[in-house]
Ligand binder design. Structure first.
Ligand SMILES: C[S@@+](CC[C@H](N)C(=O)[O-])C[C@H]1O[C@@H](n2cnc3c(N)ncnc32)[C@H](O)[C@@H]1O
Length: 417
């Protein structure tokens, strides 16, 4: 009889009993039958079949709500970077967190947007989950210690207020997020086609079997805007490429863009910018004027980029750094970036990638230095600026972050991109 109920859960929400474990479903059944005062599984099935409310109760008891604020924080930095790098936005950006569980993910998205310099009216986060219990929790928005598991909790001081011996996101954050109880498989591809600039669908596909994963990705593909970004969980990062997505090459983000028919990915692997020599000792300020040339020191000549390099070799070497970083092999990615700099000389793209890798590895100080070098060499390097702004914000340097987000905003207004 449990098999019939497992099949019901698979048909209803896609859950695979092999993936989630039969004991999880057994436990949920026990919880529901105890609540209803029955030990007869057949009687429970009869009741379940005729009661929509009980079907929801069983789903609520079965799902795995595990989540926390800024889980896999590279994803949030990637979201901000992607949006900054995009064309001018003619309408508020639409971000989707599906499944949002108890709300930590969509609230983190709103906080990351503020950290990246987006105004409140510039975006909205739609947050959905099949569990009514999770949605009620998310709307109440009172979070204890378990929701704060990262190393860097400085966002809590900026965006939360203490309440009932716990924490609640401030109004400004809560107002950006709209919660709805919904099933991923009920996404309406006609009314919502291409609607979202960002889709977070993390740590759900792991609970599905392969055909169900494909079905889910098909839905997500349908609601993603043409230049949108899909973010999945680390254990799910092999799946989107088989479904018409390409890696967005954002280390530790597990992020993908749609592959247009016959077109190249938005950011070609190892796109190389013009090389400029670094001043001795690197750069100090991210907001150094673009036109100023570094004053060469008398005692130590500035390193000079090798005169001619094969673009193919440079691109292949940059792509190798990205591959290692995307796969989470940070030590290998760092070594590859350093050896790239030795072999090909200073370049914004190499410093930027090294910054990303060090940032992901928790080496904030060196990450800052490398982002600054990238911006020095390429003053229009939006991605480096967006990442540096987020990192400075996390370190509590709100003024430094504001300088960068201000520059990003001005660049967007000037160029219309
Ligand atoms: C492990 S949580 C992931 C939460 C968040 N995305 C994260 O990565 O931290 C999985 C969530 O998926 C939800 N879920 C399971 N099946 C679903 C479906 N078919 N449609 C929408 N949500 C679903 C569950 O209710 C649960 O809250």
């Amino acid at each position: 009889m449990q098999g019939v109920i497992e099949q019901f859960l698979k048909d209803e929400i896609g859950l695979s009993s092999d993936a989630v474990g039969a004991s999880v479903i057994r436990h949920a059944l026990k919880e529901r039958m105890t609540a209803l005062g029955t030990t007869d599984l057949h009687a429970y099935w009869d009741f379940l079949s005729g009661s929509r409310a009980e079907r929801q109760e069983l789903i609520d008891a079965t799902v795995v709500p595990e989540t926390w604020f800024f889980r896999d924080e590279g994803a949030f930095a990637a979201m901000a970077q992607h949006l900054h790098a995009q064309r001018r936005h003619h309408r508020p950006l639409r971000l989707l967190s599906f499944p949002c569980s108890t709300g930590e993910e969509p609230y983190s998205m709103a906080m990351a947007m503020f950290d990246a310099g987006f105004a409140a009216e510039a975006f909205v986060v739609e947050a959905r989950d099949v569990s009514a219990r999770n949605i009620a929790y998310a709307e109440r928005a009172i979070y204890g210690r378990n929701s704060f598991r990262g190393r860097d909790l400085s966002f809590r001081d900026r965006y939360f207020e203490p309440v009932e011996a716990a924490y609640r996101p401030r109004n400004a954050v809560r107002e950006r997020v709209r919660f709805v109880c919904a099933n991923l498989f009920d996404l309406d591809l006609r009314s919502e086609a291409g609607r979202f600039d960002i889709v977070f669908c993390r740590n759900l596909l792991i609970y599905f079997d392969r055909p169900t994963q494909d079905r889910a990705l098909d839905r997500l593909k349908g609601v993603l805007a043409p230049e949108g970004l899909l973010l999945v969980g680390p254990a799910e990062s092999a799946l989107p490429m088989a479904q018409g997505f390409v890696s967005a090459r954002l280390p530790m983000a597990f992020a993908f863009t749609l592959r247009p028919e016959g077109a190249q990915p938005a950011t070609p692997p190892g796109a190389v910018r013009p090389v400029r020599a670094l001043p001795p000792g690197g750069t100090k300020a991210a907001d150094r004027p673009a036109a100023r040339s570094p004053a060469p020191a008398k005692s130590r000549p500035a390193p000079v980029a090798p005169a001619v390099q094969s673009p193919d070799r440079v691109a292949a070497s940059l792509a190798a750094i990205e591959r290692a970083a995307n796969a989470g092999r940070l030590a290998e990615a760092e070594a590859a970036a350093r050896s790239h700099l030795r072999e090909f000389g200073s370049s914004a793209e190499a410093f930027y990638r090294l910054g990303l890798v060090l940032d992901a590895a928790g080496n904030a100080e060196e990450a800052v230095q490398n982002y600054r070098k990238a911006i020095y060499l390429a003053p229009d390097h939006r991605e480096a600026m967006a990442h540096l702004a987020l990192l400075l914000q996390r370190q509590g340097d709100a003024a430094g972050a504001r300088v960068l987000t201000g520059r990003l905003g001005r660049m967007t207004n000037r160029s219309g991109t």
